[in-house]
Design a binder for this molecule. Structure first.
Ligand code: HEC
Length: 95
């Protein structure tokens, strides 16, 4: 009984969080020039800063030009500088 209960609990907690793609070689320079290290930084910055006031948005929920505007507005809200915002943008559009 116990292991089943724990498994259900675990499944429940996973369902609540946005599943973010993990950048790999195929994402490097896909849309924007970005190394794997930059995309990984963008992933972490996005995950750690963009889900504080609302649910973490899905990278494929908007078109790239919209993301550019959203991040220009949300970067300062999250107290991120231009370089950090750019890394988040690159992570999102190289999905
Ligand atoms: C300090 C709180 C706060 C943080 C941090 C924050 N947001 Fe937001 N976000 C808001 C509020 C408030 C709104 C709704 C009002 C608005 O659009 O300004 C919003 C709206 C949005 C929307 C919907 C807007 C639209 O026009 O479709 C997106 C997408 C978004 N945020 C993405 C992000 C991203 C990406 C980050 C990280 C860089 C981020 N947010 C960080 C407060 C925050």
């Amino acid at each position: 009984m116990k292991p089943i209960f724990i498994a259900l609990l675990f499944a429940g907690s996973v369902a609540c969080t946005t599943q973010l793609y993990v950048p790999g070689e195929t994402n490097v320079n896909k849309v924007e020039q970005a190394s794997l290290a930059e995309l990984q930084q963008g992933h972490d910055l996005f995950q750690n800063n963009c889900g504080k006031c609302h649910k973490l948005p899905k990278p494929d929920s908007r078109l790239n030009p919209e993301w550019e505007k959203v991040i220009a507005k949300m970067g300062p809200k999250a107290k991120l500088d231009k370089d950090q915002s750019k890394l988040i943008y690159k992570y999102i559009v190289n999905r």
